[in-house]
Write a new protein. Sequence first.
Length: 347
Amino acid sequence: MLALRFYDKRDIKLEDIPKPKPKKDEVLIKVTQAGISQTQINEFIEGPFFINKEPHPLTGKAIPLIPCQEYGGIIEDVGKNVDRSLIGKQVAVLPLVTCGKCEYCKNGKENLCEKFAYHGLVGLDGGFAEYSVVNVKNIFPVEKKELLTFIEPILVGLNTFNIYKSQNRDFDLYKKKVLILGAGPVGISIGAIWRDYVKADVYINDILNYRMKKAEELGLKTLKKEEIKENSFEIVIDAAGMDPISTQSAIIEGIDYIKKGGFLISVGSYFHPVSFIPSHLTFNEKNIISSMAYSLKQVNELPDALKSLKVNFQTLIQEVELKNIIKEGYYRAEVEKESFVRIVVKC
């Protein structure tokens, strides 16, 4: 089968490798949609950061690794102990894989597992291939094809809400002001969760005009940087993370926008130091909390959350063929950011 494999910084290759076979408790997925995330672009430009060079403690897998944590397709075959009626079903991949034994797993914090693995990112192959094998526990049935690459970002959005609730007992957020920094696939997914599922008063900002326009088309309220007032939001969510074209880290910028006693939730990935003056937090009791991926609790919430969402994700998608992924996917995502929100590889 054809697959993209990550070897090191600036070293990715399209290769013909053996088609995997499902083992016990596994399913074989014919990948139909695989999303290119900013995290994968950062890995390519100057990584590896998350992608592990050494054998993973849970899976034994190291580079070369097939990237992509946001993908899905049609189940083509199943292994032993798996119901064969699943063959032909369309499913998204739930990329989180954990040990199930450490203190974090036992306490419902699977996203903090001591042996955390994640399809397409840490210790496991992902979706930039014609086929992918995953455990049957790591699939989620999806009716709408356009949701296949958004299930993981939606779960990330659900986790931001869960993290906030765990930190703040007064979590009645009806009409409270929330600002999302970053209108990429993750930012828009988070915005949809907080607007439609949580029922907060949501605004979104991005440094890219194209993404702001797309967010507006989806019915999200947008704010340009000059329109954002300091100390005016109960919650600011940094979904932008590290971006080479940004002049200031969103996590630092966001501190200015939260009210006294408010919360900044950090979702975006940063791999280099950022600086701020801690007293700006202390004197105003501003809080920074972080949200990592998702846990099994969010998977259980997912069906109800999806029913509430009023976003047409299809309008964000631009498709490229797997054979063209390096030039039309990775290179474009690095140098033509004003031309897309979600590049999806069609396998």
